[in-house]
Ligand binder design. Structure first.
Ligand SMILES: [Zn+2]
Ligand SMILES: [Zn+2]
Length: 336
Protein backbone atom coordinates (compact mmCIF):
# COMPACT_ATOMS: atom_id res chain seq x y z
CA UNK A 1 0.00 0.00 0.00
CA UNK A 2 2.73 2.40 1.06
CA UNK A 3 4.80 1.70 -2.09
CA UNK A 4 1.78 2.37 -4.25
CA UNK A 5 1.27 5.74 -2.57
CA UNK A 6 4.91 6.76 -2.98
CA UNK A 7 4.76 5.66 -6.61
CA UNK A 8 1.70 7.80 -7.21
CA UNK A 9 3.30 10.77 -5.48
CA UNK A 10 6.42 10.48 -7.65
CA UNK A 11 4.26 10.24 -10.74
CA UNK A 12 2.27 13.30 -9.70
CA UNK A 13 5.51 15.23 -9.06
CA UNK A 14 6.88 14.26 -12.48
CA UNK A 15 3.68 15.38 -14.20
CA UNK A 16 3.79 18.73 -12.36
CA UNK A 17 7.42 19.28 -13.35
CA UNK A 18 6.88 18.59 -17.03
CA UNK A 19 3.71 20.68 -17.12
CA UNK A 20 5.42 23.73 -15.69
CA UNK A 21 8.84 24.31 -17.18
CA UNK A 22 8.11 27.77 -18.50
CA UNK A 23 6.91 31.16 -17.46
CA UNK A 24 3.43 31.44 -18.92
CA UNK A 25 1.82 34.76 -19.75
CA UNK A 26 -1.87 34.90 -20.63
CA UNK A 27 -3.08 38.04 -22.38
CA UNK A 28 -6.76 37.78 -21.52
CA UNK A 29 -9.39 39.42 -23.69
CA UNK A 30 -11.29 42.01 -21.66
CA UNK A 31 -12.46 43.92 -24.73
CA UNK A 32 -10.03 46.81 -24.66
CA UNK A 33 -9.05 46.80 -20.99
CA UNK A 34 -6.15 44.96 -19.44
CA UNK A 35 -5.86 41.58 -17.70
CA UNK A 36 -2.50 39.85 -18.07
CA UNK A 37 -1.70 36.77 -16.01
CA UNK A 38 1.89 35.66 -15.30
CA UNK A 39 2.43 32.15 -13.91
CA UNK A 40 5.85 30.85 -12.91
CA UNK A 41 6.98 27.22 -13.26
CA UNK A 42 6.17 26.72 -9.55
CA UNK A 43 2.66 28.09 -9.93
CA UNK A 44 3.25 31.51 -8.36
CA UNK A 45 1.08 34.09 -10.05
CA UNK A 46 0.87 37.79 -10.82
CA UNK A 47 -2.20 39.29 -12.45
CA UNK A 48 -1.85 42.74 -13.99
CA UNK A 49 -5.24 44.50 -13.88
CA UNK A 50 -8.76 43.13 -13.74
CA UNK A 51 -10.64 44.42 -16.80
CA UNK A 52 -14.08 45.99 -16.59
CA UNK A 53 -16.89 45.49 -14.04
CA UNK A 54 -20.46 44.43 -14.94
CA UNK A 55 -21.24 42.74 -18.29
CA UNK A 56 -22.59 39.82 -16.30
CA UNK A 57 -19.14 39.04 -14.77
CA UNK A 58 -17.64 38.67 -18.25
CA UNK A 59 -14.09 39.74 -17.34
CA UNK A 60 -13.74 37.98 -13.98
CA UNK A 61 -15.00 34.79 -15.65
CA UNK A 62 -12.49 35.12 -18.49
CA UNK A 63 -9.67 35.70 -15.99
CA UNK A 64 -10.81 32.71 -13.92
CA UNK A 65 -10.91 30.57 -17.08
CA UNK A 66 -7.34 31.53 -17.98
CA UNK A 67 -6.24 30.89 -14.38
CA UNK A 68 -7.82 27.45 -14.58
CA UNK A 69 -6.02 26.72 -17.86
CA UNK A 70 -2.78 27.74 -16.11
CA UNK A 71 -3.53 25.58 -13.06
CA UNK A 72 -3.70 28.63 -10.77
CA UNK A 73 -6.14 28.69 -7.85
CA UNK A 74 -5.19 32.04 -6.35
CA UNK A 75 -3.52 35.29 -7.38
CA UNK A 76 -0.37 35.88 -5.33
CA UNK A 77 0.11 39.46 -6.57
CA UNK A 78 -2.57 41.56 -8.22
CA UNK A 79 -0.96 44.65 -9.73
CA UNK A 80 -3.42 47.46 -10.39
CA UNK A 81 -1.52 49.69 -12.83
CA UNK A 82 -3.91 52.63 -12.30
CA UNK A 83 -7.48 53.32 -11.25
CA UNK A 84 -9.30 53.51 -14.59
CA UNK A 85 -12.44 51.48 -15.18
CA UNK A 86 -10.85 49.14 -17.76
CA UNK A 87 -8.04 48.20 -15.32
CA UNK A 88 -9.39 48.30 -11.76
CA UNK A 89 -13.11 48.11 -12.55
CA UNK A 90 -13.24 44.32 -12.30
CA UNK A 91 -11.42 44.10 -8.95
CA UNK A 92 -14.45 43.26 -6.81
CA UNK A 93 -15.73 40.52 -9.10
CA UNK A 94 -12.21 39.16 -9.56
CA UNK A 95 -11.62 38.98 -5.81
CA UNK A 96 -14.85 36.98 -5.53
CA UNK A 97 -13.80 34.58 -8.29
CA UNK A 98 -10.24 33.98 -7.05
CA UNK A 99 -8.52 34.68 -3.74
CA UNK A 100 -5.94 37.49 -3.98
CA UNK A 101 -3.04 37.55 -1.51
CA UNK A 102 -1.33 40.89 -2.25
CA UNK A 103 -2.80 44.00 -3.85
CA UNK A 104 -0.13 46.20 -5.48
CA UNK A 105 -0.86 49.83 -6.45
CA UNK A 106 0.75 53.25 -7.00
CA UNK A 107 -0.90 54.99 -4.04
CA UNK A 108 -3.92 57.33 -3.85
CA UNK A 109 -5.95 58.00 -6.99
CA UNK A 110 -5.36 61.39 -8.57
CA UNK A 111 -8.48 62.32 -10.55
CA UNK A 112 -11.31 64.60 -9.50
CA UNK A 113 -14.93 63.54 -9.68
CA UNK A 114 -17.27 61.10 -8.03
CA UNK A 115 -16.77 58.18 -10.42
CA UNK A 116 -13.00 58.15 -9.95
CA UNK A 117 -13.42 58.19 -6.17
CA UNK A 118 -15.99 55.37 -6.25
CA UNK A 119 -13.61 53.17 -8.25
CA UNK A 120 -10.80 53.87 -5.79
CA UNK A 121 -12.97 53.12 -2.76
CA UNK A 122 -14.10 49.85 -4.35
CA UNK A 123 -10.47 48.94 -4.87
CA UNK A 124 -9.60 49.76 -1.25
CA UNK A 125 -12.43 47.63 0.07
CA UNK A 126 -11.35 44.67 -2.10
CA UNK A 127 -7.73 45.17 -1.01
CA UNK A 128 -8.75 44.90 2.66
CA UNK A 129 -9.25 41.18 2.05
CA UNK A 130 -5.50 40.82 1.40
CA UNK A 131 -2.27 42.70 2.00
CA UNK A 132 -1.94 46.07 0.25
CA UNK A 133 1.47 47.13 -1.10
CA UNK A 134 2.17 50.56 -2.61
CA UNK A 135 5.21 50.61 -4.90
CA UNK A 136 7.51 53.27 -6.32
CA UNK A 137 9.98 53.20 -9.23
CA UNK A 138 12.98 50.97 -8.50
CA UNK A 139 11.00 48.65 -6.22
CA UNK A 140 10.80 44.93 -6.82
CA UNK A 141 7.49 43.07 -6.71
CA UNK A 142 8.55 39.85 -4.98
CA UNK A 143 6.84 37.23 -7.15
CA UNK A 144 8.78 34.02 -6.47
CA UNK A 145 10.73 32.84 -9.51
CA UNK A 146 10.36 36.13 -11.40
CA UNK A 147 12.33 39.36 -11.41
CA UNK A 148 9.71 42.12 -11.49
CA UNK A 149 11.12 45.62 -11.42
CA UNK A 150 8.91 48.70 -11.15
CA UNK A 151 9.95 51.22 -13.85
CA UNK A 152 7.20 53.79 -13.31
CA UNK A 153 4.57 54.56 -10.68
CA UNK A 154 2.52 57.51 -9.53
CA UNK A 155 3.99 59.79 -12.20
CA UNK A 156 7.65 59.03 -11.44
CA UNK A 157 10.13 56.81 -13.24
CA UNK A 158 13.39 55.08 -12.29
CA UNK A 159 16.26 57.55 -11.95
CA UNK A 160 18.97 55.35 -13.46
CA UNK A 161 19.19 52.58 -16.06
CA UNK A 162 18.52 48.96 -15.16
CA UNK A 163 21.57 46.66 -15.35
CA UNK A 164 22.92 46.51 -18.90
CA UNK A 165 20.91 49.50 -20.19
CA UNK A 166 21.85 53.20 -20.48
CA UNK A 167 22.73 53.49 -24.18
CA UNK A 168 21.66 56.70 -25.97
CA UNK A 169 18.37 56.59 -27.90
CA UNK A 170 19.03 58.12 -31.37
CA UNK A 171 15.27 58.71 -31.94
CA UNK A 172 15.24 61.26 -29.09
CA UNK A 173 17.13 63.78 -31.25
CA UNK A 174 14.77 66.58 -32.23
CA UNK A 175 11.97 65.02 -30.20
CA UNK A 176 10.65 67.35 -27.48
CA UNK A 177 9.25 66.04 -24.22
CA UNK A 178 5.50 65.58 -24.77
CA UNK A 179 3.04 67.63 -22.67
CA UNK A 180 2.50 66.38 -19.14
CA UNK A 181 -0.44 64.02 -18.68
CA UNK A 182 -2.79 64.90 -15.83
CA UNK A 183 -4.81 61.66 -15.71
CA UNK A 184 -4.36 58.34 -13.96
CA UNK A 185 -2.75 56.98 -17.15
CA UNK A 186 0.49 58.85 -16.42
CA UNK A 187 0.56 57.32 -12.95
CA UNK A 188 0.53 53.76 -14.31
CA UNK A 189 2.76 51.19 -12.71
CA UNK A 190 5.09 50.05 -15.50
CA UNK A 191 7.17 46.91 -15.05
CA UNK A 192 10.11 45.07 -16.51
CA UNK A 193 9.45 41.38 -15.99
CA UNK A 194 12.49 39.14 -16.39
CA UNK A 195 12.65 35.35 -16.32
CA UNK A 196 16.28 34.36 -16.89
CA UNK A 197 17.25 36.00 -20.18
CA UNK A 198 13.63 36.59 -21.22
CA UNK A 199 12.50 40.19 -20.76
CA UNK A 200 8.99 41.61 -21.12
CA UNK A 201 7.52 44.99 -20.32
CA UNK A 202 4.02 45.97 -19.30
CA UNK A 203 3.59 49.72 -18.80
CA UNK A 204 -0.19 49.81 -18.30
CA UNK A 205 -1.45 53.02 -19.92
CA UNK A 206 1.73 55.04 -19.25
CA UNK A 207 1.79 58.20 -21.35
CA UNK A 208 4.40 59.67 -23.71
CA UNK A 209 5.76 62.25 -21.23
CA UNK A 210 6.91 59.52 -18.85
CA UNK A 211 8.04 57.30 -21.72
CA UNK A 212 10.30 60.20 -22.68
CA UNK A 213 11.82 60.31 -19.19
CA UNK A 214 12.50 56.56 -19.38
CA UNK A 215 14.35 56.53 -22.71
CA UNK A 216 15.54 60.09 -23.50
CA UNK A 217 18.31 60.89 -23.91
CA UNK A 218 19.47 57.52 -22.58
CA UNK A 219 17.52 54.28 -22.63
CA UNK A 220 17.02 53.20 -19.01
CA UNK A 221 15.19 49.99 -19.96
CA UNK A 222 17.14 48.30 -22.79
CA UNK A 223 15.81 45.89 -25.41
CA UNK A 224 12.97 43.49 -24.60
CA UNK A 225 11.73 40.24 -26.07
CA UNK A 226 8.05 40.95 -25.52
CA UNK A 227 6.33 44.34 -25.55
CA UNK A 228 2.83 44.22 -24.10
CA UNK A 229 1.83 47.26 -26.13
CA UNK A 230 0.91 50.19 -23.89
CA UNK A 231 -2.57 51.64 -23.50
CA UNK A 232 -4.31 49.20 -25.89
CA UNK A 233 -2.29 50.67 -28.78
CA UNK A 234 -3.61 54.23 -28.47
CA UNK A 235 -1.85 57.44 -29.35
CA UNK A 236 -1.29 59.16 -25.96
CA UNK A 237 1.23 56.34 -25.39
CA UNK A 238 3.70 54.41 -27.57
CA UNK A 239 5.88 57.32 -28.71
CA UNK A 240 8.40 56.62 -31.43
CA UNK A 241 11.56 57.01 -29.26
CA UNK A 242 10.12 54.72 -26.61
CA UNK A 243 9.00 51.95 -28.92
CA UNK A 244 12.27 52.04 -30.90
CA UNK A 245 14.45 52.11 -27.80
CA UNK A 246 12.95 48.94 -26.35
CA UNK A 247 13.24 47.27 -29.77
CA UNK A 248 10.87 44.36 -29.08
CA UNK A 249 11.13 41.03 -30.90
CA UNK A 250 7.41 40.44 -30.49
CA UNK A 251 4.60 42.89 -29.72
CA UNK A 252 1.27 41.85 -28.20
CA UNK A 253 -1.54 44.40 -28.13
CA UNK A 254 -4.58 44.28 -25.80
CA UNK A 255 -6.91 46.24 -28.05
CA UNK A 256 -10.67 45.81 -28.33
CA UNK A 257 -12.64 45.63 -31.59
CA UNK A 258 -13.34 49.38 -31.37
CA UNK A 259 -10.71 50.48 -28.85
CA UNK A 260 -7.02 51.04 -29.40
CA UNK A 261 -5.17 49.60 -32.35
CA UNK A 262 -4.50 53.11 -33.63
CA UNK A 263 -3.02 52.85 -37.15
CA UNK A 264 -0.18 55.27 -36.44
CA UNK A 265 0.80 53.38 -33.29
CA UNK A 266 0.49 50.08 -35.15
CA UNK A 267 2.89 51.35 -37.84
CA UNK A 268 5.35 52.77 -35.29
CA UNK A 269 5.56 49.42 -33.53
CA UNK A 270 5.66 47.48 -36.82
CA UNK A 271 8.57 49.61 -38.08
CA UNK A 272 10.89 48.98 -35.12
CA UNK A 273 14.03 47.20 -36.21
CA UNK A 274 14.05 43.68 -34.91
CA UNK A 275 10.28 43.23 -34.62
CA UNK A 276 9.41 39.78 -35.90
CA UNK A 277 5.67 39.58 -35.26
CA UNK A 278 2.84 41.72 -33.97
CA UNK A 279 0.08 39.77 -32.17
CA UNK A 280 -3.30 41.32 -31.36
CA UNK A 281 -6.17 40.37 -29.04
CA UNK A 282 -8.61 41.82 -31.56
CA UNK A 283 -8.86 42.77 -35.17
CA UNK A 284 -9.11 46.59 -35.05
CA UNK A 285 -12.32 47.10 -37.01
CA UNK A 286 -12.17 50.88 -37.34
CA UNK A 287 -8.85 50.88 -39.17
CA UNK A 288 -7.84 48.97 -42.31
CA UNK A 289 -6.24 45.64 -43.27
CA UNK A 290 -2.88 47.36 -43.75
CA UNK A 291 -2.84 48.33 -40.07
CA UNK A 292 -3.82 44.96 -38.68
CA UNK A 293 -1.67 41.84 -38.55
CA UNK A 294 -2.69 38.77 -40.57
CA UNK A 295 -5.64 36.96 -38.93
CA UNK A 296 -3.35 34.12 -37.88
CA UNK A 297 -1.83 36.43 -35.26
CA UNK A 298 -5.16 37.77 -33.97
CA UNK A 299 -7.09 36.05 -31.15
CA UNK A 300 -10.53 37.54 -31.90
CA UNK A 301 -11.40 38.52 -35.43
CA UNK A 302 -15.11 39.37 -35.13
CA UNK A 303 -16.76 42.17 -33.16
CA UNK A 304 -18.91 39.73 -31.20
CA UNK A 305 -16.09 37.55 -29.98
CA UNK A 306 -15.62 34.53 -27.75
CA UNK A 307 -12.96 36.16 -25.60
CA UNK A 308 -10.00 34.08 -26.76
CA UNK A 309 -6.63 34.57 -25.07
CA UNK A 310 -3.07 34.57 -26.33
CA UNK A 311 -0.43 32.74 -24.31
CA UNK A 312 3.32 33.33 -24.25
CA UNK A 313 5.47 30.50 -22.83
CA UNK A 314 8.99 31.67 -22.07
CA UNK A 315 12.11 29.69 -21.23
CA UNK A 316 15.01 30.95 -19.16
CA UNK A 317 17.36 31.10 -22.15
CA UNK A 318 15.08 33.67 -23.80
CA UNK A 319 13.34 31.31 -26.23
CA UNK A 320 9.57 31.75 -26.19
CA UNK A 321 6.45 30.48 -27.94
CA UNK A 322 3.28 32.46 -28.61
CA UNK A 323 0.02 30.51 -28.91
CA UNK A 324 -3.32 31.72 -30.28
CA UNK A 325 -6.18 29.94 -28.46
CA UNK A 326 -8.62 30.68 -31.31
CA UNK A 327 -6.89 28.88 -34.17
CA UNK A 328 -4.24 26.90 -32.18
CA UNK A 329 -1.54 28.60 -34.24
CA UNK A 330 1.77 28.89 -32.41
CA UNK A 331 5.19 30.20 -33.24
CA UNK A 332 8.51 29.88 -31.44
CA UNK A 333 11.09 32.66 -31.24
CA UNK A 334 14.56 31.38 -30.48
CA UNK A 335 16.82 33.17 -28.02
CA UNK A 336 18.71 36.20 -29.25
ZN1 LIG B 1 -6.71 51.32 -20.33
ZN1 LIG C 1 -6.25 54.31 -18.36
Amino acid sequence: MRTVHIGLLLLAAAVTLTAARNLEIYSIDVEGGQATLFVTPNGDSMLVDTGFPDNNHRDSERIAAAAKAAGVKRIDYLVVTHYHLDHVGGVFQLSQALPVVHFVDHGPQSEKGKDAEILFQEYLSAARKGERITVKPGDTIPVKGLDVKVLSANGDVIGSPVAGAGQPTPECQGFARPAADATENGRSIGMLIAYGDFRAIDMGDLTKDHEYDLVCPDNRIGPVDLFLVSHHGTNPSNSLPFVHSISPRVALMNNGPHKGGNPEVWQTVRDTRGLIDFWQLHYAIDTDKQHNSPDTFIANVDASCEGKWIRVSAQKDGTFTVYNSRNKFEKTYTKR
